[in-house]
Design a protein around this ligand. Structure first.
Ligand code: PLP
Length: 481
């Protein structure tokens, strides 16, 4: 079946590409088939392993094959229809609104904790076993060493060792220094969002959010008696700066809460030029920007972009981070970087929760310092990327043809636009009764929007049950559409 011609002047790796492409076109190789291993292919056709690797990598770049961690290269399935900017989509609200839909949100959270449920509804990349073990070992070591101290209160702004590690990560990945004193350790990213909001806004104030946006943020705005105003996004690049300008022109916005790196649920990042325009606009209008950056370490390819905080001249920017998506959501450890507001943040932190768990902070500080955290991220990102491709392919296989999906560049969630007649609240009820949790689109907007959208998480190990559950969902959507 396979042969190359060494007398041919064409590069050998190109000939390997041609051979594979011919086999794809003839149907000898089909979607989901594994390509011969590098070693086997090199033996079969008499070229070196690096030459075969070069050909496979190029085929991957051409999106004909995909690599799966520790498994090899596979022929790609047809991907689902991408959501692109020309989508008829939905137009976000132009008015600030209070947030409703609490009943549905509660049902979604209750469903997540049902025993044995398929967890498409929760954005939580599960730790690989070796990494989880390394974290447990670290905690045991810390307990043995710190003894009584690990049971006591941490300082209000957090354990200095962990704050230093976080500051070091900004320096290491961004080349920009951060004063560890400007970092407040919080109870997850959620408390960082709460502290940031409370520091700059009060009841009745208007908060600009992306549309669609993270449902936990909407609940927070609601619980603080504030109003949300949606800003239009583009499914490939996030917040549209001109739409934000219009919103700021027409409403007294107290703060903007955006995820410029890996938004939830779209999974996209704002391009550099827009980041700069965003900060310029924020500075010009003297508005506060609260960056929700809890997924930044899960970008598949690119180096982590600088948080907006690093460009701003006004300093009206705060950045929220978390270890929930990358280490242990149960530790409840996040942080808030807020140089200008640090005194107010310290006061609020003391009054809300006094401090965050010391044992978890000491453990994470050591996990980061040992390099285990970075080693783990290096293995997690390719697994998530591979799951993203598999989920997109499964949607193309099982869901109605008009279904469109986001194109996440990191993180662990896929955003689906289903046929217009589908009611995602009803789909949620049917799915949860069948033991499958999904996140219905309605909870990602303060208005009655995204009724025919759902968010699915691919953060869990891919199993036959994953595939069967996606088939069930696709068939149920098709039956109701
Ligand atoms: C965008 C976003 N921000 C903040 C949070 C809250 O993070 P944590 O679990 O660390 O409180 C989440 C959790 O899902 C999220 O998706």
């Amino acid at each position: 079946m396979l042969a190359v011609d060494k007398q041919n002047s064409d590069y050998l790796y190109r000939q390997v590409i041609d051979l594979i492409t011919q086999n794809l076109e003839s149907g000898t190789l089909r979607p989901g088939d594994r390509l011969p291993s590098l070693r086997r292919m090199s033996r079969q056709i008499g070229v070196s392993i690096p030459t075969v690797r070069q050909a496979y990598v190029e085929l991957e770049r051409q999106r004909k094959v995909e690599s799966r961690p520790q498994s090899g290269f596979y022929v790609r399935h047809r991907a689902s229809n991408p959501m692109v900017n020309t989508s008829p989509g939905v137009r976000p609200s132009a008015q600030p609104v209070p947030i409703g839909g609490r009943g549905l949100m509660e049902r979604v959270y209750d469903g997540l904790h049902q025993p044995g449920v398929v967890p498409f509804g929760i954005a939580n990349p599960c730790m690989a076993k070796p990494a989880a073990k390394a974290l447990h070992r670290t905690m045991k070591r810390v307990m043995a060493r710190a003894e009584e101290r690990s049971l006591s209160y941490a300082p209000t702004m957090g354990e200095p060792g962990l704050r230093r590690q976080i500051a070091y990560r900004y320096l290491d990945s961004l080349g920009s220094g951060v004063d560890p004193e400007s970092i407040c350790i919080t109870n997850g990213g959620q408390e960082a969002l709460l502290l940031a909001l409370r520091a700059v806004a009060g009841p009745g104030d208007v908060i600009a959010v992306e549309s669609p946006t993270y449902h936990g943020l909407l609940e927070l705005i609601d619980s603080l008696g504030m109003l949300a105003i949606e800003v239009e996004t583009c499914p490939e690049e996030g917040v549209i700066i001109d739409a934000l300008r219009q919103t700021l022109d027409s409403h007294p916005v107290a703060a903007c809460m955006f995820s410029t790196t890996l938004s939830n649920p779209l999974g996209v990042s704002m391009p550099q030029r827009d980041r700069e325009r965003l900060v310029q606009l924020i500075d010009e209008r003297d508005v506060v920007l609260i960056e929700d950056d809890v997924y930044g370490d899960l970008l598949y390819d690119d180096a982590r972009p600088k948080p907006a905080e690093f460009y701003s001249r006004s300093g009206n920017i705060m950045t929220c981070g978390s270890f929930s998506k990358t280490a242990a959501p149960g530790y409840r450890i996040g942080w808030l970087l807020a140089e200008k507001y640090r005194d107010e943040i310290s006061r609020l932190k003391r009054s809300f929760s006094c401090s965050s768990g010391l044992l978890q902070q000491l453990t994470l500080a050591e996990f980061l310092a040992s390099g285990d955290y970075d080693r783990y991220l290096k293995t997690l990102r390719p697994v998530l990327r591979c799951n993203a491709q598999r989920m997109s392919a499964a949607v193309a296989r099982y869901f109605p043809a008009e279904t469109r999906t986001s194109q996440p560049v990191g993180g662990c969630v896929l955003w689906l636009e289903l046929p217009a007649s589908v009611d995602s609240e009803q789909l949620f009820d049917e799915a949860i009764a069948a033991g499958i949790s999904i996140a219905p689109g309605l909870i990602f907007s303060p208005c009655d929007r995204y009724r025919n959208f759902i968010r699915l998480s691919y953060g869990h190990p891919w199993t036959d049950e994953t595939e069967d559950s996606l088939r069930w969902l696709g068939e149920t959507v098709a039956a109701g559409a």
